[in-house]
Design a protein around this ligand. Structure first.
Ligand code: SF4
Ligand code: SF4
Length: 205
C-alpha cells in the first residue's frame, strides 16, 4: 500500500506526520518512508538509521556535436521548454531546463544531439529494524524535481519489491512534482493549518 502525505501549502506538518506515521507502523511491520520533497528533503532530520546504500543519480540531456550539425533548426522547433536554441551557427543546450523527453535527439536528422547522462542529485537508503528510509536530494542549481522523484520511485520498486507499506513525504504545492509523487498511490492524506491561506491551498490540492 502506498500513502502520500501532501498539502497545498508548505510548512503545515507533512514531514511530522510522515515520520511519525512511518515510525509507528514500523514497530510492527516493514515500512518504507520516502522523502520525495527532493528540493528540500528534511525527514532525515528525525530519522535515526544506518546508511546501507548511496548513489549519484543522473538524467539524460542532449549533447551537441558541432561537426555533425547542419543547422537545420529542427531541434529548437520541437523543444517545448526552450532547452535547446539556435544562436547563429551554434546550438546551445540548457541542461537545467531539459525534461529529457528525447524529442530533439530523435528528430535530429544527422544524430548531432546524442543523449548523455548528467548528474542531478544523490539518493540515500538507510535502515533501522523494520523501517527503510529513502532520501533523494537535488544538486544545487538543478531545477527539475520530477526526474529525481521518478528515479527514487524506480529504485524503491526495483530494490524493495516486498509487501511494504510505503509512506511518501511529498513536495508542497500543486505543481508537477506533487503530481509525480502522488499519481500512483492508493491514498493521499492532505495536511493543512487553521488559516485562510491554509484553507485556500487545501482546496487547490
Ligand atoms: S536538429 Fe540536429 S542538425 Fe538540425 S540544428 Fe539541431 S542539432 Fe543541428
Ligand atoms: S530532450 Fe526534450 S526537453 Fe530536452 S532539450 Fe531535447 S526536446 Fe528539449
Amino acid at each position: 500500500m502506498k500513502i502520500a502525505i501532501a498539502s497545498g501549502k508548505g510548512g503545515t506538518g507533512k514531514t511530522t506526520l510522515s515520520v511519525n506515521l512511518a515510525s509507528f507502523l514500523a514497530e510492527q511491520q516493514e515500512v518504507i518512508l520516502a522523502d520525495l520533497d527532493v528540493e528540500e528533503p528534511n525527514s532525515g532530520l528525525f530519522i535515526r538509521a544506518d546508511l546501507i546504500h548511496e548513489e549519484d543519480t543522473f538524467k539524460m540531456v542532449p549533447d551537441w556535436k558541432e561537426d555533425q550539425c547542419t543547422l537545420c533548426g529542427e531541434c529548437q522547433k520541437v523543444c517545448n521548454f526552450n532547452a535547446v536554441i539556435q544562436l547563429g551557427k551554434m546550438i546551445m543546450v540548457f541542461p537545467e531546463l531539459c525534461h529529457a523527453c528525447y524529442a530533439c535527439s530523435e528528430l535530429c536528422p544527422t544524430d548531432a544531439l546524442p543523449m548523455i547522462p548528467k548528474k542531478m542529485g544523490k539518493l540515500k537508503h538507510l535502515k533501522n529494524n523494520h523501517l527503510h528510509f529513502i532520501e533523494s536530494r537535488l544538486d544545487i542549481g538543478e531545477e527539475q524535481a520530477v526526474p529525481l522523484i521518478k528515479k527514487t520511485q524506480k529504485y524503491i520498486s526495483e530494490q524493495l519489491n516486498g509487501s511494504y507499506i510505503q509512506i511518501y513525504d511529498s513536495p508542497p504545492g500543486t505543481s508537477c512534482p506533487v503530481i509525480a509523487a502522488t499519481k500512483d498511490v492508493d491514498y493521499v492524506i492532505l495536511v493543512t493549518e487553521p488559516t485562510p491561506f491554509g484553507l485556500h491551498d487545501l482546496k487547490l490540492a
